[in-house]
Design a protein around this ligand. Sequence first.
Ligand SMILES: NC(=O)c1ccc[n+]([C@@H]2O[C@H](COP(=O)([O-])OP(=O)(O)OC[C@H]3O[C@@H](n4cnc5c(N)ncnc54)[C@H](OP(=O)(O)O)[C@@H]3O)[C@@H](O)[C@H]2O)c1
Length: 263
Amino acid sequence: MAAPRQRYRAVITGASGGIGAAIARALAPRADALVLVGRRAGPLETLAAGLGIPVRIVCGDMLDEGTMVAIEAAAREIGGIDLLVNNAGVSDFHAFETQSPQQIRTMLDTNLLAPMLLTRRLIPLLKEAPTAQIVNVGSVFGMLGFPGFAAYGASKAGLAGFSQALRRELSDTRVSVRHFAPRATRTPINSAAVDAMNRELRTAEDTPEAVAAAFLDFLGGSAWQRTLGGQERFFVLVNKLLPGLPDGAIRKQLAVIRKHLPK
Ligand SMILES: NC(=O)c1ccc[n+]([C@@H]2O[C@H](COP(=O)([O-])OP(=O)(O)OC[C@H]3O[C@@H](n4cnc5c(N)ncnc54)[C@H](OP(=O)(O)O)[C@@H]3O)[C@@H](O)[C@H]2O)c1
């Protein structure tokens, strides 16, 4: 007889948006309860109403301490959690020298500091579960630096480093720390300029539903890290071993990238 599939009690940040909402929908049939987090109440309420399982909504900014407190309270209300999905994120396609210090701070605070602080707060609760996972949603651009995404890439590279170190730190506990890196995905995080550049560079794009299906597959496995896209995985590997090769290839794309960078 096949072993029963694991059921989850999860916190998902960024659930009002493309990938987070798709993950919530894909996970719901295998979840006993969810805590969904975002800043916009409307999409969170619509999503929650269609899931058919108990849901707590936390509507707040990940940069506010109060949101972290509310997430922990909601996680306790649903009886504890065994899965934290740090998915909320922002992007900002710009030449680095044109980004304001405030934009750079917001990027790092949202994509790196907020998931670190939320993780820190929820580790004691995760440790109470028989087994638990923290999945940090990074990006191919955290492992393969790309023009126009210097601050974004730095935030996602930081998240990958955090995931690896914390995974090792908690390796003698029942909490595993994992890193899931999508490639370009059709969601509102990408501006019209990014969409136009992707079309011109013929960059492959996933749907949020395909990313969510890959996420569920990843959850059921034991790899600590998953990068989506065969070609992207290859480029990430080459970038690690022989970074001069992608330097040259991306240099050839620079004129097209610059054409699409916001002035
Ligand atoms: N789409 C891609 O091409 C792509 C590729 C690789 C990795 N990723 C990563 O995938 C994750 C999800 O992105 P997505 O594509 O689904 O983007 P999205 O549709 O724009 O969704 C982003 C989500 O993050 C939430 N969020 C952003 N800032 C927040 C804040 N300060 N406080 C609370 N919530 C906040 C948004 O909530 P509100 O809108 O309600 O504020 C929204 O739910 C991100 O970490 C992104 O970096 C995306």
